[in-house]
Design a protein around this ligand. Sequence first.
Ligand code: NAI
Length: 345
Amino acid sequence: MIRVAFFDAKAYDKPSFEQYGSENGVEFKFFDTKLNEDTADLAKSSDAVCVFVNDTVNDRVIDRLYDNGVKMIALRCAGYNNVDVKHAYGRLHVVHVPAYSPYAVAEHAAALLLTSIRRIHKAYNRTREFNFSLNGLTGFDLHGKTAGIIGTGKIGRIFIDICRGFGMKVIAYDAYPAKDSGIEYVTLDELFERSDVISLHCPLTDDTRHMINSDAIAKMKKGVVILNTSRGALIDAEALLEGIKARKVGAACLDVYEEEADIFFEDRSGHILNDELLARLISMPNVIVTSHQAFLTEEALNNIAETTVNNIRSFFDKDGLCDNELCYRCGNIERCKKERKERCF
Ligand code: NAI
């Protein structure tokens, strides 16, 4: 039996992980707490840790896990910006779930967009109180508008299809444009200037951190709708708030937030929110915040559990090769992944 310490466990995680784990000889020990320096010792006597987006897997945590005999970090998500993969190299193997349901995230982005521009969130609250007034609910047609997509990977492309389904014109920016994809690629500046709706679908890296900042917002159309279902720190939230206050940004839909780690995923109603910036954003009539919910569909949860268990199983099986290993051997994680035919180290 492979023993795995599962951090930041939520009620919705357990059924699928318990099922796939017991079918495949992987025993999960669920901890509600997040992984960090203070909790790393909980993984003592475990073969692997299973972590999510807001667990802290920095150099100190990695050293602690390594000293405790842990051999693997199994991310149950795609993004790995919270893991120091470079430091893990030679110590702990890192695996992730590259795709579980890109549809879940793209469809959530679409849900946020429609909710926002057709004021569904306002109408829902009104009619529950038998307020049938339409004042202030005027929206706009998506048909004929321009969607600017940043990041044309799995999720970005599905969102492009959805936008096209609405009759939108689509332009895109990607650091690595997909050849022969039929996507009209433009520069980031041109995307900012031409888009009515901007949706972020690229990873968080040193290059993309705060890519939506005050300079970028200054280049955008007045009334632009900004969607972020990717990672919070792609947006400088202070600059976004200023853009909203200045009436430059028409609406913002945020499934992620830079400082979400200590806030999202928990019931904080009845508490005073210590994050002034988030509180101010949420108070805006044209901002919708969901708490990193875009992935949360039944299909995605099953795929996440199945792939994570397969990742762990294939690593601990005798040849130890796992297609979803994130390797820092050649200094470029994405390239390493494509070219590697053996264990990272
Ligand atoms: P992907 O790897 O298929 O696509 C990412 C795209 O971004 C690629 O085309 C890549 O070339 C591009 N890219 C890389 N660096 C860039 C840069 N500097 N500028 C512009 N584009 C760049 O990833 P996928 O599956 O489409 O996911 C996208 C992001 O969505 C993930 O990185 C993750 O942060 C986020 N995500 C959010 C979830 C949620 O629940 N809110 C769930 C799953 C993913």
